[in-house]
Design a binder for this molecule. Structure first.
Ligand code: ZN
Ligand code: MN
Length: 475
């Protein structure tokens, strides 16, 4: 029985303002070749200067992924010629990366697994080539040259597509919460190379591996692995050999195809980069960086469950989207009832987001506004059933909940005289129900409450209606 073994190399672009060795903007996009300078476009005689913030971010990544941080770290030149790399070498790290070792725990198909990290190093991104199939031309955009990149290399601890996709999802979340990468795979700020080989289960040596380069969605990663397991199984079972090579995955065909034979490390002729001095960390510097790391999603989840009494499933939904999670925390600060705030976000707000009526990145109101709405419902300022409609109006107009309640006349006015008259009439109209209740059938009380609330339309709070009704029924 053939058994797959998979290792990953993940590249994550760091969220720094400027590039890793010059002051050009590191933002995504821009008109082609407008964010370049002599340093990042590789002109001879220029001097790169290391971005401190990028170093800080890779150290954060190291702590989040339980790595050892090298107290002494240095940079090397990785030599290769490719049109997206005008210097003909990439500044990277070979023997002394910033982070060594480490691990991440994942849950794959209901089972807990620990994935070991081999290393994380800091390097520069290359440019982007745009191939125009129609004209046969290739254009080069060097805006991406020099954007700081961390490469996270795992041990070959994965054995299925599900293991890998669970890991990638988790990594994306961790890097987002740490504030060091936006995790936008569709923009290429998080990319994955997958090394995969097959061997008999329990075999001492791994099979020959193929590497699938730069897969840019979680779904595509899963599909590429499934396809590669199928392809290599066919080869081996037909007595053919798997070739060590780099392959690319096509989203449209769902298949991988050969790109080039795979280089080994010696092909890159790594040597120390004489332009970048080594970095030596003091314990104080490392401690300062460690303490600046925001609370990670698992810790938040624990807190929501133990302190707020939110169910583990709901807590998971909250933390699985950093945007939603931070919005929730801000709202819970504005109105101290985290359970009700969470519930309203998970049910009402998420429903609007899932239908596309609202966009979490572009809400027309603040977390405090949403908190206020929940509070208005909780404290009987407005009828709870109105909250949904107020939320819709908030989404449409961006108006404050208090303004909407005023304009739409939603305030509960607590007119007890009117409430009494309505209740008297209900009791008179339903003599049989009243008799049932007096004979001890408690459950009909709910029916009477429902009638009263419906007809009162917010003229009194549910609490006042209940008290009045109980008084009239003489209970
Ligand atoms: Zn530059
Ligand atoms: Mn790399």
């Amino acid at each position: 029985m053939l058994y797959p073994t998979i290792g990953l190399e993940m590249h994550a672009e760091l969220l720094t303002q400027s590039k890793v060795f010059c002051t050009c903007s590191a933002a995504f996009g821009g008109e082609p070749n407008t964010r370049c300078c002599p340093v990042c476009s590789g002109m001879p005689g220029t001097l790169p200067v290391l971005n401190r913030r990028a170093v800080e971010y890779i150290v954060k990544a190291g702590y989040v992924l339980n790595c050892d941080i090298s107290r002494f770290t240095k940079w090397d030149r990785k030599n290769y010629f490719y049109p997206d790399l005008p210097k003909a070498y990439q500044i990277s790290q070979m023997p002394r990366p910033v982070c060594l070792g480490g691990y991440v725990d994942i849950v794959s198909e209901g089972e807990e697994k620990r994935i070991r990290i081999n290393r994380i190093h800091l390097e520069e991104d290359a440019g982007k080539l745009i191939h125009d199939d129609a004209s046969g031309e290739t254009l080069a955009d060097y805006n991406r040259c020099g954007i700081p990149l961390i490469e996270i290399v795992t041990e070959p601890d994965f054995h299925s597509a599900a293991d890998v996709t669970a890991f990638v999802e988790k990594m994306r979340l961790l890097l987002q919460y740490a504030g060091i990468c936006d995790g936008r795979m569709e923009q290429g700020s998080l990319r994955c190379d997958v090394n995969i080989s097959l061997a008999e289960k329990g075999a001492k040596e791994l099979g020959t591996r193929a590497e699938i380069k730069n897969i840019n969605s979680v779904r595509a990663i899963g599909r590429a692995i499934e396809y590669e397991i199928y392809r290599q199984t066919e080869l081996i079972e037909n007595g053919e050999k798997v070739i060590q090579e780099t392959r690319r995955f096509s989203d449209s065909t769902g298949e991988t195809s050969a790109m080039r034979s795979k280089e080994d490390a010696q092909d890159y002729r790594y040597f120390p980069d004489p332009d970048i001095p080594p970095v030596i960390f003091t314990e104080e510097e490392l401690e300062e960086i460690r303490l600046s790391i925001p609370e990670m999603p698992e810790k938040r989840k624990e807190r929501y469950v133990s302190e707020y009494g939110i169910s583990p499933a709901d807590a998971d939904t909250l933390i699985n989207n950093r945007h939603v999670c931070l919005f929730f925390e801000e709202a819970a600060k504005a109105y101290d009832n985290p359970r009700n705030v969470a519930n309203f976000i998970l049910v009402e707000l998420m429903r609007r987001i899932n239908t596309g009526e609202a966009d979490m990145d572009d809400l027309p109101f603040t977390a405090a506004d949403l908190a206020r709405l929940v509070e208005l419902g909780d404290t009987d300022k407005i009828n709870k059933s109105c909250c949904k409609d107020v939320l819709r109006t908030m989404l449409e107009t961006g108006k404050k909940p208090d303004v909407i309640c005023e304009e739409e006349n939603l305030w509960i006015k607590e007119d007890l005289g009117a409430a009494e008259a309505v209740i008297d009439k209900i009791l008179a109209d339903n003599p049989k129900v009243v008799e049932q209740y007096r004979n001890g059938e408690q459950k009909v009380f709910g029916f009477l409450m429902g009638q009263a609330n419906k007809q009162l339309k917010g003229a009194a709070t549910p609490k006042a209606v209940k008290e009045l009704l109980e008084k009239k029924l003489g209970s």
